[in-house]
Each structure stands twice: as C-alpha cells, then as structure tokens.
Design a protein around this ligand. Structure first.
Ligand SMILES: Cc1cc2nc3c(=O)[nH]c(=O)nc-3n(C[C@H](O)[C@H](O)[C@H](O)COP(=O)(O)O)c2cc1C
Length: 343
C-alpha cells in the first residue's frame, strides 16, 4: 500500500470559491487555497480583490494565492496578508495572456532572477510561511523548474507545487511527472516538500503519480470540477483511511447528488454577496458525464436567477438516483427549470 499523502484542491479561478473549498474539504481534500488574486489590486486595497480572499474558520489553514509582475506590489500584498493568512502561495504557473503580458504568473519562469528575488523579498516581509506553485518552464526549450525550485528551497519556502507542463503547453499534452520526480529528489536535501500536479483524475492516476514522483502531496484540479467527491474516493480506494461520508460506497450519481445539495447549503451558509457567483457554472459541471446531462444543461443555462438553480438540479438528481428516471433530463426537472426561467 502507498503511504498516505495530503490531497490538495488546486486553486482554480471561477471554480474554487469558498463554498466549493469547504465542500472539497468535507469530501476529503486536506488543503485548499483561494483562486489567484492580483497583487496590483490587493496592494491598492481594492475592495473587489479583497473580496476574493474570503475564508471561514473551517478553512484552516487559510491559504490565499496571489500573482503579480511587480515586486513591490507582491511584497506589499504579502506584508498585509501575512497578518491574517496561515500560508501565502505565490503563483508562477498561470498561462493566461492577460497575466503573462504583465510578466506575471508563468511568464516569470522566463525571468528566473526576478522570480527568485520576488520570493526572497516576500519571505523577508512575511510573518507566515510562503509557498510557490510553478510550471516546468516557459517552453520545451526552456525547462528550468529544477533551478528555480532549488533556489526557492534555499530561500526557505514551505513547499513547491509543480504542474508538470510548460507555459507554452497551457493545458495541452501530458503532464511530465518524471521532471517532478527530479525536483522531489533535488529538494529532499533541503527538506522542502514537492507537491505533484497535473493529470490526476482518479485513484489509479493518483497512485501512478505518487509512485512515479515520490511527491509529498498530490494536487487535483480539473477532475474535481463537478466532482469534489474525488478526494474521498481516492482515499478510500487507496485504503488511506476509513474515509466515511454519506455517499461513501455509493454510486457516482448519489455522490454527486449529495455534493451538489451540500454545495447549495454551503453557499447559503458562507456565500455572502459574492457567494453564488459560480453557482450556474458549478451546476453545469455537476451534470457532466451523467446520462441526460447534455439535455438538461440548456435548461439550467436559461435560468437567470442562478440562486434558483439548486432546485431543478436537485430534482433531476433525485429522480435519477432513485431509479425513477434513467436520465437527468427527466420531464419534471425540466418543467421546474422552465417554470423558473419563464417568470
Ligand atoms: C478553470 C481553471 C482555473 C485555474 N485557476 C488557477 C489559479 O487561480 N491559480 C493557479 O495556481 N492555478 C490555476 N489553474 C491551474 C490548476 O491549479 C492546475 O495547476 C491545473 O489545472 C493542472 O492540474 P489538473 O490536471 O489536476 O487540472 C486553473 C486551472 C483551471 C482549469
């Protein structure tokens, strides 16, 4: 049996809102972080940017993730944030052009001196540990993650998370777990844990990634979208604990049904004014891969008041899970959705 390691929910903009992070934890994730937030806005005390860094006492440790291309802004943000955060995560992995054009995110992998200097100064001003999340480099002819990760380890970062792709790959191709293994071996002498990220989609791939990389933790992103139960499922299947949840050992649809309703409850509980903003997107994601998902999605899309989306999706799941219908697109659920969007 593989020794248990912590499972991380990957930070994902537009996905990992507070309610979803709390849900992922209830489903077995050990560590969560906020989506990335611009240091340019945070350092100027912009209210909208600060609202993205909401947390809750049940989310412990609280790990805000920040990005930026201007050292002073990153340093100032870390200084302010370190009064409330448990760990601060610096993003050197985002490939989005609107981020990389300001020489932030993964573009900084192309400016290793700037990146390392930024990490050094952030650590200097921070009252709490600083972690980093990075890619392999900017492209296949510039794979420099080992040098950068080693410099970060020498500076004393808490951990290094590596997404096994380059900036130019974006999300294409296959994550290279072999380079992550090299980083694990290299950073061992510094005592710096490496978290492996990229293409972990179930217990089988989690086990493979762990065997291949020897990482201290595994981070899961896209496979958790619409399927937060993946964390508990991996733990159960790998025999890591007696993970028990209302949906343990139940079918995929029962697990998703439970998780969807729990997400709706958590949005009510902790959502605040911004809490429901991702609700429609999550509703769509929860239907993916299930019979009738494709047919019910347009009806969910048509609902303007996305706070009301919970009920028709609940009904769709309920009838399907009870065996009263063999599709999520059952007439009652569709009629309920129509009655909401026709008001
Ligand atoms: C919709 C979406 C949003 C993302 N936003 C962030 C982000 O805010 N910060 C970050 O470090 N990575 C972000 N990522 C990258 C993921 O954290 C992760 O590194 C990547 O998806 C690879 O892991 P996976 O193969 O498990 O999905 C995002 C990915 C997706 C799909």
């Amino acid at each position: 049996m593989l020794d248990p390691v912590p499972l991380f929910l990957a930070p994902m903009a537009g996905v990992t809102d507070l309610a979803f992070r709390l849900l992922a934890r209830e489903c077995g994730a050990d560590v969560t972080a906020t989506e990335f937030t611009a240091a340019s806005g945070l350092s100027r005390k912009d209210t909208k940017s600060w609202a993205k860094l909401e947390t809750h006492p049940r989310e412990s440790p609280f790990i805000p993730q920040i990005f930026g291309g201007v050292e002073e802004e990153m340093v100032e943000t870390v200084r302010i944030l370190s009064e409330s955060a448990d760990v601060i995560d610096l993003n050197f992995g985002c490939p989005a052009p609107k981020v990389t054009k300001t020489c932030a995110g993964a573009a900084l992998m192309g400016e290793p001196d700037t990146l390392v200097s930024m990490v050094e100064r952030c650590i200097e001003v921070s009252q709490v540990p600083v972690s980093v999340k990075m890619r392999l480099g900017t492209g296949s002819n510039n794979i420099n993650v080992l040098d950068i990760a080693e410099s970060c380890a020498q500076l004393g970062v808490l951990r290094v998370c590596i997404h096994g792709r380059t900036l130019s790959q974006k999300y294409r191709g296959v994550a290279d777990w072999n380079i992550i293994r090299e980083a694990v071996d290299l950073l061992e002498s510094y005592g710096t844990p490496v978290i492996a990220n990229g293409d972990i989609v179930d217990a089988k791939s989690a086990a493979k990634c762990l065997e291949r990389t020897g990482a201290s933790g595994l981070m899961i992103g896209r496979a958790a979208i619409g399927n937060p139960c993946i964390f508990g499922q991996i733990k159960s299947k790998l025999g890591w604990n007696n993970y028990s949840a209302p949906w343990s050992n139940q079918s995929e649809v029962i697990a998703k049904h439970w998780a969807w309703n729990r997400y709706v409850d958590l949005v009510d509980e902790v959502g605040g004014p911004r809490g429901a903003r991702n609700m429609k997107q999550h509703a769509i994601s929860f239907t993916k891969g299930l019979p009738g998902g494709k047919e019910i999605r347009p009806h969910l899309h048509s609902i303007k008041d996305f706070r009301k989306i919970g009920e028709p999706l609940n009904l769709a799941f309920e009838k399907y899970a009870k065996g009263e219908s063999n599709t999520l697109a059952n007439p009652e659920a569709i009629a309920m959705a129509q009655s909401i969007y026709s008001i």
